[in-house]
Design a protein around this ligand. Sequence first.
Ligand code: UFG
Length: 336
Amino acid sequence: MTILLTGAAGYIGSHTAIALAEAGYDVAIVDDFSNSSPEAVRRCEELTGKKMPLYEADVSDKEALRKIFAEVKPAAVMHFAGFKAVGESVAKPLMYYRNNLDTTLSLLEVMAEFGVGPFIFSSSATVYGAKAKVPYTEESETGGCTNPYGWTKFMIEQIASGAAKADSNMSVVLLRYFNPVGAHPSGRIGENPSGIPNNLMPYITQVAVGRLPHLNVFGNDYDTPDGTGVRDYIHVVDLAEGHVAALKYALGHKGTEVFNLGTGHGVSVLELVHAFERASGVKIPYEITPRRPGDLASVYADCSKAERVLGWKAARTVDEMCADSWRWQKNNPQGY
Ligand code: UFG
């Protein structure tokens, strides 16, 4: 059974490609490499010993998608492709709406043409906006996003669930990721941001490897135990395994279902810095700077629904997240 993955040369998609291959599925990939490298897919093949046919195409290009669907005959689609930088989305909102919505619409239309029902989407905790109270459950209020990137995730959730309501063949699973970190334990694949990282863990690893001089800690006056922001960091391999569980669910159900994928535990910026120092043996110099606009004090998930319905639960510790992120960065100081 072949699963088509969009954007799987990227961070989460590449780890999921490996988890799917290990679970016995065949994987085909479509990516335009606008923010990723084909080398990631080559390494996924090397790690699993399985071929992963790779199509270079823009997911909004329906003609290209039709050719791929005709050749691959996917049983299900996982949609990872998308622009994902919060700050950039504020500066270039139209580019974000155009890309993230167009790709999804084209994909859903071609899926309908080919009668492919199961659709797993990379959504985000960002859809809860600033209104919900932690821990977020899937019933917590969504909307009120603070940036266009978040709104694209919110809108795609509406688009996909609306499509599933109208088409009884469809099975949509919306996965709301919390903060994915870590890397494959081999150290061969990992997160490879272009330019200066926006997110905490790749920033820390680039300081550790000497590419950046120090970490800026965005605020230490939040209402949290040590004053720094609290997030629900989840090991990317746990997240990848969550996709395999979601796929099995989607293959046996119709309609739309939403799941939080996190650990359920909040970790502060300084706790993560210190865990990383212990795991790597490298000191991370940092400076406290003003809060980053749009950041919330504390974001973590209630993941009981995924455990109950999917039989999935994150298993890896913060120490493993740090050790695996570090192994990847140390072995690949300049990325792929
Ligand atoms: N932080 C720093 N310094 C940095 C980077 C981050 O102190 O250089 C802090 C932030 O203030 C926050 C925490 O580290 O407290 C995590 O920040 P990230 O940027 O790594 O992650 P966010 O929680 O801000 O963003 C994540 C996803 C987004 C998503 C958002 C909201 O990366 O895709 O959650 O759900 F939109």
